[in-house]
Design a protein around this ligand. Sequence first.
Ligand SMILES: Cc1cc2nc3c(=O)[nH]c(=O)nc-3n(C[C@H](O)[C@H](O)[C@H](O)COP(=O)(O)OP(=O)(O)OC[C@H]3O[C@@H](n4cnc5c(N)ncnc54)[C@H](O)[C@@H]3O)c2cc1C
Length: 288
Amino acid sequence: MKPFELHTPQSVEQAIQYLENANSLIKPMSGGTALMLMMKSGVYEPEALVSLSKVPSLHGISLDSNQNLQIQALTTLSEIEHSPIVKEYFLVINQSMKKLANVRVRNVACIGGALAHGDPHMDMPPLMTALGATVHIRSASGARSLSIENFYLGYYTTLLKEDEIIESITVPSIKNRYCLYLKCTTRSADDWPTLGVAVNLGLTNNHFDSSKVVLSAVVQTPTRLFEVEKLLDGKTPSESLFIEAGEIAANQVDPEDDARGSAVYKKQLIKVYVRRAIQNSMQGKVQS
Ligand SMILES: Cc1cc2nc3c(=O)[nH]c(=O)nc-3n(C[C@H](O)[C@H](O)[C@H](O)COP(=O)(O)OP(=O)(O)OC[C@H]3O[C@@H](n4cnc5c(N)ncnc54)[C@H](O)[C@@H]3O)c2cc1C
């Protein structure tokens, strides 16, 4: 690995100073689980890294009086998984962590890195899109907040600028909603997903409302399936509706052949997993 400088700021202000006028050769680092792999393989050869791990204000999880969740960017995936707040109010996040990589990765990787990395084969971006999360971003020129739904532009590409860091994310309350994230892997259960589906469904008087259905991995960015959402809203849950949702989803997306499977195989996965995600979310408990 090529030598590089490592900065360890103690505050957000110091961190964004290091990144002021940053170019592609200087990057913020959270857990380093993705960055180190890219550096060891020579894909990325930075001049400097700005490690955010020693910034106290970037750690922690809290809930406001409306049950909205705030997660600071340097909170590890394990801390999120084991948080009593997350278990009680956002069980879907807790459950999704169990099959995200392995415990060694989750002990080190942080939510900021998991969202900023922009690899299409990741579990948090589709789930956070379905949950309607907002990312809060800082740089020397100020602060801004973006809906995660609009954050991903393409393969490893997000709206983040080189001088910006993710400070935290907010996830709105999912009280009384049915939420589930399902992934399909073609190797071990905790491998990178070949396909991911996240659903966040409301049910009023036994009719779906404000449905969100998000597909990932078979597409370059987490993608809301608007046609499926339109189909569900206003309808009563039924086996035939779930089947139709899967078929519409498969028609809405054009996956590509790759090492994880052919386009034909992935279309079949979409059909089955979208149906299953909607159906299984209804069998789970509504979030209290
Ligand atoms: C063996 C293995 C298996 C894995 N399996 C899965 C899996 O099944 N599902 C899955 O979702 N992921 C999986 N991953 C990916 C893992 O989730 C990512 O490596 C991890 O989420 C990145 O987080 P990090 O904190 O280590 O980020 P880092 O490696 O520190 O950073 C990643 C990128 O994000 C940028 N960045 C980091 N923090 C910030 C910030 N606060 N603000 C702005 N930019 C930032 C960095 O500059 C870098 O470009 C796996 C990884 C490994 C090594």
